[in-house]
Ligand binder design. Structure first.
Ligand code: NAD
Length: 273
């Protein structure tokens, strides 16, 4: 069901389906969307300092009345805060905005050249001191992970990357599996671009489900952690109704065949923010 978890290499459990809040406006839009998500059963929320909505996420958590230990809250250190001391400080600021005293997962948002290894040392310190339950990275290619391994003590539990049927990331998934790193998909709906894809539409129709539900199901069946976003209450609920059907092996293969290495977001080897 919606609260099913995947166990990370440090033993911490993350719900396989979570709720993302990129581009959700701070204030009532964030508070209402996150409260709706928690109401329909999501327990994992993915935010970031740069989304500028951590306060709203925190408010929704408080108003939901759900016990802190039942939730899995992720945030990320933004690029301009990378470096050792500035990351330690950024973590405190995120906690303060969220009104929390720990996060379940803290991620390096992007692999800023010449900085991410120092940033990682700060995450290792927070982890060793018990200030955060797990630490990971986002938008890391295989070569970034290899460089991180060569310069660190602790392996990330997760790499959160753009991943959907048109950008299936087979090499990264294989590498992460070998190193016990879970893959988490951002943009699982192709940020909306995949909703009209004919193969997906056809499979959805056969199951009496929507294309968004088929997309989320494809991620789940591949063992990928997935965090679709919506601000529309009916869609927040729709995206959670994915535990009452199963894609066949043939359908999974057909969806796998859509891969064409197409990104809707930036390439981690070439971003300028
Ligand atoms: P997404 O693939 O989840 O697509 C969201 C968009 O799809 C919505 O804005 C809406 O237009 C559409 N949509 C949602 N549900 C739908 C439905 N049921 N039917 C039809 N259309 C629907 O894209 P995303 O928000 O970019 O990614 C999900 C989450 O991943 C984000 O909210 C954020 O938490 C995270 N993220 C992380 C990074 C990173 O760099 N680490 C980057 C982007 C996003």
């Amino acid at each position: 069901n919606i609260q099913d978890t995947i166990t990370l290499h440090n033993g911490v459990k993350i719900p396989q389906l979570g709720f993302g809040v990129f581009k959700v406006e701070e204030g009532s839009q964030t508070v209402e969307s996150v409260k709706k998500a928690l109401e329909v059963g999501y327990r994992s929320i993915d935010t970031a300092a740069i989304y500028k909505n951590e306060e709203g996420v925190g408010k929704a958590i408080k108003e939901s009345g759900i016990a802190r230990e039942e939730l899995f809250i992720t945030s990320k250190v933004w690029n301009s805060d990378q470096g050792y001391e500035s990351t330690l400080q950024a973590y405190e600021e995120s906690l303060k905005r969220l009104g929390l005293d720990y996060l379940d997962l803290y991620l390096i948002h992007w692999p800023v050249k010449g900085k991410y290894n120092e940033t990682w040392k700060a995450l290792e310190k927070l982890y060793k001191e018990g200030r955060v339950r797990s630490i990971g990275v986002s938008n890391f290619h295989v070569h970034h992970l290899e460089d991180l391994f060569a310069n660190s003590e602790i392996k990330p539990v997760i790499d959160q990357v753009e991943l959907h049927p048109r950008l299936a990331q087979p090499e990264l998934r294989e590498f992460c599996a070998k190193h016990e790193i879970k893959v988490e998909a951002w943009g699982p709906l192709g940020q909306g671009h995949l909703i009209d894809e004919p193969t997906l539409n056809h499979i959805a129709e056969k199951h009496g489900k929507t294309t968004a539900q088929v997309l989320i199901r494809w991620h789940l069946q591949h063992g990928i952690v997935v965090i679709p976003k919506s601000i529309t209450p009916s869609r927040i609920e729709e995206n959670a109704q994915v535990f009452d059907f199963e894609l066949s092996l043939d359908e999974m293969n057909k969806i796998d065949a859509l891969n064409r290495n197409e990104r809707y977001g930036a390439d981690p080897d070439n971003f300028n923010f």
